[in-house]
Design a protein around this ligand. Sequence first.
Ligand SMILES: *Cc1c(COP(=O)(O)O)cnc(C)c1O
Length: 229
Amino acid sequence: MSAIATNLQAVQRRIADAAKAAGRRPESIQLLAVSKTWPLSHVQDAAAAGQRAFGENYVQEGAEKAVATQQLGLDWHFIGPLQSNKTRLVAEHFAWVHSIDRLKIAERLASQRPADLPPLQVCIQINVSGEASKSGCAPEEALALCQAVSRLPGLRLRGLMAIPEPTDDDAAQRAPFRQLREIYEHIRAAGMPLDTLSMGMSHDLEAAIAEGATIVRIGTAIFGERNYA
Ligand SMILES: *Cc1c(COP(=O)(O)O)cnc(C)c1O
């Protein structure tokens, strides 16, 4: 078995254990393998081990991997910051976008989504307290942005995403995830049929699952430490 296949099994075990501890079904949590910076061969190894959904942060790199793996029928999720001059490649090559934080980006994706593809599945990125990046919509603007995005053709609004600052403390990990879930529940109560909470990475997936994550985005625990040099 490849190291990637072994790591995938270990991550699936962590997901199952965290789900059980939270009284949730393991199948209610999807594993997104974040392959940014890694070569195509790593994606192919993970796919051979049964992994179907892959996440990328960089438009060009992700689009190239999506094209190169077309025969494998994988689902590609864009999870990085998205500038308006890069939306076309995302609309053409990805199944999901987790990182929409303003209407202009959603409008461009909607108008650029090819008519022969299924709707682009989208999440709104929220800037929760302790956010690691400056990106993300302010919590108090989330409902209005969800309502506007849900009216666009070519897109299907699925839920919310956040990237809290890394910390080792369990309570500190859980607080921003709980905040995201509360925003999600507020938006659902307002009548929007959201079903996706994209939260949790290699170091905090247990806390995210305890707070209701439905997609965890895992890179390091599957592929190893990234080297940006
Ligand atoms: C890189 C990245 C991940 C994966 O992080 P790991 O700590 O390697 O698991 C998840 N989500 C986003 C948005 C990322 O940029």
